[in-house]
Design a protein. Structure first.
Lengths: 332, 332
DNA sequence: GTGAAAGCGCTAACAG
DNA sequence: CTGTTAGCGCTTTCAC
């Protein structure tokens, strides 16, 4: 067994070895059923003998389809996004599509370029919680490829989207803390350009129970952001803090505990998203279960539909519910 | 402003509008400095007016380079891998490369196909903690493209690799628990086909202090795996458990706490990797800091080198150190 | 059912 | 420095 010269085996070699035309080989690999069994097996044999693999790039150029769709995420370090993508991956896979994902790292400025770059190598794009403005979305959609927007409401452009009703869930979660007797609440604000943040904060501002106050504290979307906000939370003199998401809630809990405070006895804390870690924190986190599986599935179904010719503009609205665990308790 | 007909703007249109040849346009976009300023600006103007974007797929087919490299991960739900990739991403980006990542979901069977699929659309491949056997690696390398293997030692094939000395770090971590007075240790085993697991377990088997016993308990690599192993850990009647990684350690701690045991008073627990969550758990996790940043950087440097013609076979060996936090304490 | 041939949009010799 | 031209490997009419 010697080292092989690695000159690429092309469709032409296969055609030649099988004694057929390149068109026939192409048809066989495309799964066309209009090729006789006889020729099909000759082609397959030749291909196997030669170790032929179709050249994906050439296929894409000739057919105009890449069978790839791009996914742009603001921050893959957040397990929420990852869980969502994992479900999309599965759905896409069974339809014969691959996903390529890029992470904008919460950089608003990076989104347009990354989006364009993904679109250049794919047949469509899924934007998860995009932070960019309408102009960028317009620019992206001008490429003429299907675009699905998740967790971001944009009415003007006729883009397809899947949304989760953050507003109602956040209200319910706030109500839960109020029912526990809390009156002085802090809401820990997340990433500024996030639609989900806007919805959650909007929900908090509607809280109008007697004697209840809601103080906003700016933070961000990471554990570090939550951790760093603890002094400001303490300064607000509250008994419950509702964080933008699970990550910041985890940071808050750690910061509180470092100062000798205990959760939930001294302070109730809630998150949002229900990432896998939420069950395993100490105390287990009260949060909102965002239906990552359904979102992923819906996003793919909509995208796949457009890939097959559906017109854009489809909307899916999902609902969520709070999950009460151990990080919230009655006011003592 | 009306809706545009979306016939793709090609290099030919730009050439025509700028009154130059397609070669010149190609050169301008390739950043060649052998084009006069005069023509360069005419080309750029025409391109802007027409809204021209080079067709990535066509560029790849013609040039034989995709400027993309694939990354295959066993499980992106583990923040360890994500952190590592994020650093590679940065390095690759500044060299003008994009990364496409696929997740094998701990499925040994999926690795060959995913690896091939990635290679088909890229100029090279980075395998993170691959579980597959040498044959598969051989098959992959037969494609003639650069392959870099991370966290997996394979001596025969001349593949490039970056390794971390898991063995020594694991020994130090075990010694730490022994120094604290622990004598009955449990080692929680991770994914069976993982090289890192083999190294860590190998380290544990060398522990030969007087009166010290190490009991292996099979688990896996996720929080759920760690959580599910708790009854078996308890049955082993130990005072310290060294988990394969941080994720399983987190699962163990949660399981212990649910049973009313406290960490580290009733049981010391350690992880491995030092994922971002490790600082924020309660108690903060004693673990080994795996140098994700250096690994990512090294993996990219080696890959980039081969992309520029370096011969394969480069080796990088990195070291790690335990990080003592609050989940381990002296035996009471 | 099968083959011939014309591209897909771009790059890279090769001339000039 | 710039233009001409021959492909990259495959898909897809269009005939037969």
């Amino acid at each position: 067994m010697t080292a092989e010269r690695t000159e690429r085996v092309t469709i032409r070699h296969v055609a030649h070895n099988a004694g057929v035309s390149v068109a026939t080989v192409s048809r066989v690999f495309a799964g066309s059923n209009s090729v006789s069994e006889e020729l099909t097996s000759r082609v397959l044999d030749a291909a196997r003998d030669l170790g032929y693999t179709p050249h994906a790039v050439a296929q894409s150029l000739a057919s105009g389809r890449t069978r790839v769709v791009g996914v742009l995420v603001p921050n893959l370090a957040n397990p929420y996004f990852y869980a969502l993508i994992k479900h999309m991956l599965h759905e896409a896979d069974r339809d014969g599509y691959r996903l390529i994902v890029a992470d904008s790292d919460e950089s608003l400025a990076a989104e347009p370029a990354l989006g364009m770059s993904l679109l250049g190598r794919s047949d469509g794009l899924v934007l998860l919680s995009p932070r960019c403005n309408a102009e960028v979305l317009t620019e992206l959609s001008r490429q003429g490829k299907p675009i699905t927007v998740v967790n971001r409401q944009i009415d003007e452009l006729g883009l397809s989207s899947v949304l989760v009703d953050n507003f109602t869930a956040m209200r319910k979660l706030a109500q839960h803390t109020i029912d526990l007797g809390h009156r002085r609440l802090v809401y820990l604000q997340g990433p500024a350009r996030s639609w989900q943040e806007r919805e959650r904060w909007r929900a908090m501002r509607t809280i109008r129970a007697p004697g209840v106050s809601v103080t906003p504290v700016r933070a961000g979307g990471t554990m570090e952001d939550g951790h760093a906000a603890v002094p400001r939370i303490l300064a607000a003199d509250c008994t419950a803090v509702l964080a933008h998401n699970d990550l910041t809630a985890i940071g808050v809990i750690a910061g509180l505990q470092e100062r000798g405070l205990s959760v939930p006895q001294d302070m109730s804390v809630t998150g949002f998203d229900d990432i896998p870690f939420a069950r395993f924190t100490n105390p287990a986190l009260t949060t909102v279960h965002s239906p990552q599986e359904e979102i992923g599935r819906a996003a793919w179904r909509i995208t796949a539909g457009m890939l097959h010719g559906d017109r854009p503009g489809a909307r899916t609205l999902l609902t969520t519910e709070p999950v009460i665990r151990a990080s919230t308790a009655p006011l003592m």
